[in-house]
Design a protein around this ligand. Structure first.
Ligand SMILES: Nc1nc2c(c(=O)[nH]1)N[C@H]1C(S)=C(S)[C@@H](COP(=O)(O)O)O[C@H]1N2
Ligand SMILES: [Mo]
Length: 178
């Protein structure tokens, strides 16, 4: 026989079990929600090792869908601009999270067919942006736009090594997760 008050313990066990289950079910339910469909021109397509798509070719994003993920800012010098520039864009890691990416690297490809493999660690470690605006102006499609991969290179000495310039893909069009 138990000699402490009954009634509360089973309730507490149930409550804890419910909270524990909710921790699994709620994120899973969110991940299972279909990705919205683009209504404007598609500026980015994510393919490969992803859990969420909105079309046969992978996950298409228009500008508004990208901005809805949360615009952040990086102020930095670049190899291509005079002095510091302010970039607005969406963290690559947020895009990868939105599509349920499971890989360890991506191949980023541009409108001019340039492509390069980038470790996914870069995106979480440095908060790399898919920049859409520089100094408040949309990046022109014929010069670096509409999307440019931008690193906060002023904040990390290793990012100022010239070998890093190859990762700054401009006119980015697709991200293949692997
Ligand atoms: N879209 C696109 N982005 C690109 C490239 C490219 O050819 N096309 N070249 C990459 C490489 S290899 C480097 S070193 C730098 C080159 O910049 P630069 O041509 O202005 O020196 O941009 C990177 N981003
Ligand atoms: Mo390069």
């Amino acid at each position: 026989m138990r000699n402490r008050p009954a009634g509360l313990a089973p309730f507490a066990v149930l409550a804890i079990a419910a909270l524990w289950l909710a921790g699994f079910i709620l994120p899973a339910a969110r991940a299972a929600e279909p990705l919205a469909r683009p209504t404007g021109p598609v500026v980015l397509t994510v393919t490969g090792a992803i859990a969420r798509t909105n079309g046969p070719g992978g996950a298409d994003f228009d500008q508004a869908m990208l901005e809805a993920l949360g615009v952040e800012h990086i102020t930095t010098t670049t190899n291509w601009t005079d002095g510091k520039a302010i970039f607005d864009g969406v963290p690559v890691s947020k895009v990868l999270q939105a599509v349920g990416a499971t890989g360890t690297s991506v191949v980023a490809s541009a409108l001019d067919e340039y492509s390069i493999e980038i470790p996914i660690q870069h995106f979480t470690r440095y908060g790399v942006l898919l920049a859409m605006r520089m100094n408040g102006r949309p990046l022109p499609a014929n010069d670096k736009g509409p999307l440019w991969i931008v690193y906060p290179r002023d904040d990390h000495p290793e990012l100022r090594d010239p070998s890093n310039n190859a990762y700054w893909v401009w006119q980015l069009r697709t991200i293949n997760v692997r």
